[in-house]
Design a protein around this ligand. Sequence first.
Ligand SMILES: Nc1ncnc2c1ncn2[C@@H]1O[C@H](COP(=O)(O)OP(=O)(O)OP(=O)(O)O)[C@@H](O)[C@H]1O
Length: 340
Amino acid sequence: METEKQEELLKVNNLAISFYNKSGEVQAVRGITYTLHKGEVLGIVGESGSGKSVSSHGILRLTPDTGKVKSGEILFHGKDILKMSKKELQELRGNKIAMIFQDPMTSLDPLFTVEYQLDESLKKHTKLDAQARKKRMIELLNLVGINQPERRVKQYPYEFSGGMRQRVMIAMALSCDPELLIADEPTTALDVTIQAQIVELLKELKDKLGMAIIFITHDLGVVSEICDKIIVMYAGKIVEEGTSRQIFYERKHPYTEGLLASVPKLDTDSSEKLKPIKGNPPDMSCVKPGCAFAPRCGCAMQICVREEAPECELNETHNVSCWQIIKKAMEGQVTANGKE
Ligand SMILES: Nc1ncnc2c1ncn2[C@@H]1O[C@H](COP(=O)(O)OP(=O)(O)OP(=O)(O)O)[C@@H](O)[C@H]1O
């Protein structure tokens, strides 16, 4: 199992995506690099506007026409998705990589039964005949925890609750047996109990099916249970990357600290006060020099407003881009591998 995990599935290399409108360039994603191994779950966290969705939709080349990939590579099994032909891309979408979104109603057609929509998906992505598709549909609905699937498959999306609709969407996404599932804020529209159930379901599915997952969320609390590793994005960049444990217990970036302080913790007294991060994320149409978080950072130094911090490798799995940490590493207060 361990060796299987180490097989590289996706490598995003220095990816930069901008949008162009009348007032100029919006630098949504500014050179991000990360690797996802087979069967691994990666959390991408950050406040609204940090570039989580744009970077992840870019993997399936779903960037809107006003956007442009300025640089980078997106290697899937070593092959650059950005250079794939239309035919290869079609094969990839839905067959190897599937995506689920925040609001299943935008992806499910209210006018058709779940049976019809699942059948269309199976027709598109498999070579199964009508009878085998019917069987597979029931299997899929069972897999995602929908009771009485034979009855419920005949229903329309509006007859399902929000959590159940998300389960139907997950069933549709699984209809092609993807190697990678991109889940873009899949639980945000749901209430807390249902959120936890959907996260639990994704965890079970990952263990059963061995697929890799990219889980996008603004809520660090949601990903603690499911992710092997987490990248923290701010203003289109990765400011910290580490294993789930490192991000929760050994986090170093003040922004990661702020994000954690602003979400309710499941294991502590709920009366503990939440501390939202003061200020707002920067306007990405006029990016200033220096660290983008500096204006909101309680420990910013002069250099932070002048120059962007290079990535500091604390160890094999933990990287952070922050001048404070570089300073501490130089003073011997933080152990780093020496690579900056
Ligand atoms: N179609 C677009 N045209 C212009 N700018 C865009 C477009 N889509 C996204 N952006 C900008 O790109 C930046 C990153 O947006 P993105 O949606 O990736 O953020 P996010 O972290 O996923 O936030 P959210 O959680 O709100 O979806 C933002 O500044 C956003 O305004």
